[in-house]
Write a protein that binds this ligand. Structure first.
Ligand SMILES: [Zn+2]
Length: 587
């Protein structure tokens, strides 16, 4: 990745007053030491969004969003750090320095730029073909599916004519090389060496990344016997299928505002909902959602509603997507449609109001699973109840957090008319003892962070010199396993490089870490006032953790009932004694 020189970033931050930048989006009022406004990242009526001008960060007490001025633009505009830097530089009239890029990076950047250009040109050309007289029958087909010309325009639909080389001729004539068109997947090379258009006689659906740049196409067959029904672009340096959600470019703002996303399967489901005014929609395009797609969606909302055809439920992509979303910690609801209907047909038949009713009646996915399993078994006799419990128990394992597991087990118990304890007794121990499963980039919420960590982080932002001295007295073993480890490690590393400042620390945090840090830094006082005391507590916690591990090992050896204290046990007892002494010394 291209890096901007730090002095430039520092200077840019001095010019780019965070209050001024955020005021382009949110009206802020001064409230004591900070500024306050309505959060742009979640819907709210009373302001819980705070901006700290002196320390250069924002934090929302409602949804937890937080970070520095760059993070604000990254989240609000859904752009990456370098783009946030470019945007701010432009806004404040600063000239961007030459990027520090290697030759290889320059080459691949150039390649990606030309791939984007050729997709832009192809999109325009396909649209011209649709508007031309030759596109009349395709326009009629689009209209026949209930899609208006306005929607067709908004989605950028186009037409690839039946000829073998129409696109090839048009784009090479405007200066694109055949080699580039091949790399973009717009042309294919046959075994005999001939090169022709990949998409022939198809309705073309441009697939865009979040920023709106077209990176691939879906081509739908126009004749009933034409195979395959959908032909997609191959993966290229700019397009990875498993990382792309159809429609996110048009819906991200609406998803953020409404607080949820409706997930549908097909392009036409999307088109129909979009046309009916449901803007917080994305489409998975027929395949099960991937973890990367879920994580991408997660940046905009933690809640997803899936439209279900009850016949199709239990099979294929929809159920897999639900499972994965639940495992990723999403709140998942299911909107059930009548048998045989999908969002496309349903909205056309019942209109906006009808579909809105289905969304309102949507139910949590786990409840839906329970109902479905309950309907299959006779819960009036004990055998049926046992079978029901056996069927739904494996679901517990896939619920990522303990609280939701407990709620689910209670629901199972209620439905089966048995005590919750008897259900827990059947849940494998490995499951109930497992910690919350978090993706590596995600940090645990504030609840799991010790007061000493919170104290250190607060002080790092507000009284950095004290915090750094304390932090330097710790080693990596002391930080091992801490919820805030990555943040503290980063602070240590910046100190080693003589580059620490609260502002640089904020700048280097990822989204989850930024939330954590700005949340702590927004509190009026630290949890532990003295940095040295924080360090002592962390050291003691480390020894306590080590002692617990030793104790388990000692218990195990003693249970195995070695006749006398063996050498191994003896050594462990000595180490335990040493640890206790060290803990006492710290006290
Ligand atoms: Zn918020």
């Amino acid at each position: 990745m291209a890096l901007f020189p730090q002095p430039f970033i520092d200077e840019l931050k001095q010019h780019a007053d965070i209050v001024v930048v955020i005021q382009d989006y949110v009206s802020l009022k001064k409230a004591g030491a900070t500024y306050k406004g309505l959060c742009p990242f979640h819907g709210e009526k009373t302001p819980s969004f705070h901006v700290n001008r002196d320390k250069g960060f924002f934090h929302c007490f409602g949804c937890g969003a937080g970070g520095d001025v760059f993070k604000f633009l990254e989240l609000r505009e859904s752009i990456a750090f370098p783009d946030a830097v470019r945007m701010l530089a432009q806004r404040f009239g600063m000239t961007l320095p030459e990027l520090e890029q290697s030759d290889a990076q320059r080459a691949s950047t150039a390649e990606r730029e030309s791939l984007l250009k050729v997709h832009e040109a192809a999109t325009a050309w396909f649209r011209e073909q649709l508007a031309a007289p030759g596109g009349a029958r395709v326009r009629a087909q689009i209209a026949g599916r209930g899609v208006t010309p306005e929607t067709s325009d908004a989605l950028g639909l186009g037409f690839a004519p039946p000829g073998r080389e129409t696109l090839k001729q048009a784009l090479t004539a405007s200066g694109f090389s055949q080699a580039l068109l091949l790399r973009a997947g717009l042309l294919v090379q046959r075994d005999d060496g001939t090169v022709l258009d990949r998409f022939r006689n198809r309705l073309m659906i441009p697939i865009a990344r979040e920023t709106g740049s077209v990176i691939a196409f879906g081509g739908r067959a126009l004749e009933p016997d034409q195979q395959p029904k959908y032909l997609n672009s191959p993966e290229t340096p700019i397009y990875t299928k498993s990382r792309t959600l159809y429609g996110l470019n048009l819906s991200k703002a609406a998803i953020r505002e409404s607080g949820f996303a409706v997930l549908v399967e097909g392009y036409f489901d999307y088109a129909q909902l979009f046309q009916a005014g449901f803007r917080s929609v994305v489409a998975s395009c027929g395949t099960a959602l991937t973890t990367q797609q879920a994580q991408q969606l997660r940046r905009f909302t933690p809640k997803v509603v899936l439209s279900f055809d009850p016949d199709a439920a239990g099979q294929g992509a929809t159920e897999k997507s639900c499972e994965m979303l639940v495992a990723e910690g999403f709140e998942v609801n299911v909107a059930i449609l009548p048998a045989g209907e999908d969002p496309d047909t349903y909205v056309r038949a019942h209109g906006r109001q009808g579909y809105a009713g289905r969304l309102k009646a949507s139910r949590p996915y786990l409840d839906y699973l329970l109902d479905r399993a309950g309907a299959r078994h006779n819960l009036r006799n004990s055998e049926g109840r046992a079978r029901f419990v056996a069927e739904v128990l494996p679901i517990v394992e896939r619920i990522p957090d303990r609280t939701r597991q407990e709620l689910f087990v209670e629901a199972v118990a209620g439905k089966a008319g048995v005590a919750g304890d008897s259900i827990w007794a059947q849940v494998p121990k490995a499951v109930t003892h497992r910690g919350p499963s978090l993706s590596s980039s995600e940090l645990p919420g504030l609840g799991q962070v010790t007061k000493a960590e919170k104290g250190l982080i607060w002080l790092l932002i507000h009284r950095p010199e004290h915090a750094l001295a304390a932090l330097e007295s710790l080693d990596s073993g002391d930080l091992e396993g801490l919820a805030c480890r990555t943040v503290l490690d980063l602070a240590l590393k910046l100190t080693d490089d003589k580059g620490f400042s609260p502002s640089v620390l904020l700048e280097r945090l990822n989204t989850g870490e930024a939330q954590l840090v700005t949340g702590i830094a927004s509190e009026s006082e630290p949890h532990v006032h003295d940095a040295a005391e924080c360090a002592l507590i962390l050291k003691r916690l480390r020894y306590e953790r080590e002692r617990a591990v030793l104790q388990r090992e000692i218990d195990r050896l003693q249970q195995e009932g070695a006749a006398g204290p063996g050498e191994e046990l003896q050594a462990l007892l000595v180490r335990k004694y040493e640890l206790i002494q060290r803990i006492d010394e710290l006290a």
